[in-house]
Design a protein around this ligand. Structure first.
Ligand code: HEM
Length: 478
């Protein structure tokens, strides 16, 4: 039976043996991307698992990812109907979790024009400057008192502040988001977006398990708190208490008032809230996580830290702040970021896709309604692709053109194909800009009594995988 399973039957990919009813669910553990990577070493780069009653294919090599995300993209560019995302997205009215179709296409086009375009990203640079300046001042204060700074928290505050001001036109301080403890709220929402919930795998009775385990109650609380924030943002815009140019919320409210049609129907208040959820959650955590992992890796690799700081300081000279234009000169910094994304992809399994029509990967048949995961965490650590994959070595990007923009399947930080992240440019510039300024203005030390080996690199569970233990470092003003 085992032998048969490993080879795959009737054109199916090989499957690890599972149990009746639960299938392979017990093999996922707390960090499914790591467990799936281990399984792929035994069962190959295309595996078929049964998660409860749901057939799930996991691809774990750059070659099979290319087949899925490029060659057969159209066959599998929908999203599965998952319980956590359903509630947070007001029944899949957002971009991230909306099934493939006219609504998703039109909404994505609208957001690409109005929110994610390079022009728009450049127009929010003064907001980024202001928020990074605040962060520098705050860190400088800790430096003068020789106090450690919680960088995980500070980077999250930075990205929340930028996104709130840029997209919603308001500082998040004083909003219900801040009062509800925004970092906990956002991290919790990510857990629900990425958590494997019983309702997803047992459509007929899984919801009972979710109620009994308390998952449903926590999810409802999270939806309620976020909803209060969207309501407040919308009210503030309606009251006209906002200064400055038209922002993204103004635009959505205008479309609602004009009874604009997107895809199958008119844009309603719930559509607006679902879109705001994407902007809020899509952009904040992923960028903050990237900056935190990069700083943790640099602390563990003093040679790379010295090199990146020398590059920034030599090339930039004496300036109060690094600008977006300066980034073009910072080649080693860009390599550090790519290397961080290779080892710590913020979305290690991308966002699950659902197969729309049958196709083949490596000669195996993938059937409609199968859920597909691309394990970018496994791809980034694949010894067939990367020499010494466990070593943090930014120089490995020196002699090649590999980037994270979705054309190189070895580095799929933002996914690829029709569902590729539309906020890629916004996210990349945020990470580059935040990191460059922190590395330019400060040297960094470990807190008293801590050694490099003590830096905890464990991952936290969720759709976006951050550092489990917050990163605390002592800044020294340069
Ligand atoms: C470093 C920062 C970021 C990373 C690593 C990241 C990563 C990703 C990934 C892996 C996907 C899924 C791609 C796929 O399914 O193939 C995605 C989708 C998405 N991201 Fe990002 N992202 C980042 C920044 C942002 C920002 C700043 C925004 C918005 C403000 C954003 C909004 C979205 C949206 C709306 C989607 C859904 C696209 C769709 O399904 O059509 N992301 N992102």
């Amino acid at each position: 039976f085992k032998h048969k399973n490993r080879r795959g039957r009737q054109g199916n990919p090989p499957s690890p043996p599972g149990y009746p009813i639960i299938g392979n669910l017990h093999q996922l553990g707390d960090l499914p991307h790591q467990a799936l990577c281990r399984l792929s070493k035994k069962y190959g780069p295309v595996m078929l698992l049964k998660l409860g009653s749901v057939p799930t294919v996991v691809v774990s090599s750059s070659e099979t990812a290319k087949q899925v995300l490029k060659i057969h993209d159209l066959h599998c560019c929908s999203r599965p109907p998952l319980a956590g995302p359903k509630e947070l997205s007001y029944n899949y009215l957002d971009i991230i979790f909306s099934p493939y179709g006219d609504y998703w296409k039109e909404l994505r086009r609208l957001c690409l024009q109005e929110l994610f375009s390079a022009k728009r990203v450049h127009s929010i640079q003064p907001i980024k400057d202001e928020e990074v300046k605040k962060l520098i001042d705050l860190v400088a204060e800790s430096a003068s008192q020789k106090n450690p700074v919680n960088l995980s928290e500070k980077f999250l505050t930075l990205t929340v502040s930028v996104i709130c001001k840029a997209a919603f036109g308001f500082s998040f301080h004083g909003t219900v988001l801040n009062n509800a403890g925004f970092d906990k709220l956002i991290r919790e929402a990510f857990v629900f977006l990425g958590s494997f919930s019983a309702s997803d795998f047992f459509p007929n009775g899984g919801w009972i398990i979710d109620r009994l385990t308390g998952l449903q109650a926590r999810r409802e609380r999270s939806v309620r708190d976020l909803d209060a924030f969207y309501e407040q943002m919308i009210d503030l815009h309606k009251q006209g208490n906002k200064e400055g140019v038209e922002d993204f919320v103004d635009l959505l409210l205008k479309l609602e008032k004009e009874e604009s049609v997107l895809g199958y129907g008119k844009l309603t208040r719930n559509h607006i809230k679902a879109i705001l959820m994407n902007v809020l959650l899509g952009g904040i955590n992923t960028s903050a996580i990237s900056m935190t992992w990069a700083m943790a890796e640099l602390m563990r690799n003093p040679r790379a830290m010295k090199k990146v700081q020398s590059e920034i300081r030599n090339k930039i000279g004496n300036k109060p702040m690094i600008s977006l234009e300066d980034m073009e000169q910072l080649h080693y910094l860009k390599m550090v970021i790519k290397e961080t994304w290779r080892i710590h992809p913020p979305a290690p399994l991308l966002i699950p896709r659902e197969v729309r029509s049958e196709f083949e990967v490596n000669g195996y048949t993938i059937k409609p309604k199968t859920v597909v995961y691309v394990n970018t965490w496994a791809i980034g650590r694949d010894p067939d692709t990367w020499k010494d994959p466990e070593v943090f070595l930014p120089e490995r990007f020196m002699d090649n053109d590999i980037d994270a923009k979705g054309q190189n399947f070895e580095l799929l930080t933002f996914g690829s194909g029709r569902r590729v992240c539309p906020g890629m440019y916004m996210g990349t510039t945020m990470v580059e800009f935040g990191l460059a300024n922190m590395l330019y203005h400060f040297d960094w030390k470990l807190p008293e009594g801590m050694k490099v080996e003590d830096i905890d690199m464990q991952e936290a569970a969720g759709l976006a995988v951050g550092k489990k233990i917050d990163l605390l470092l002592v800044p020294v003003k340069y």
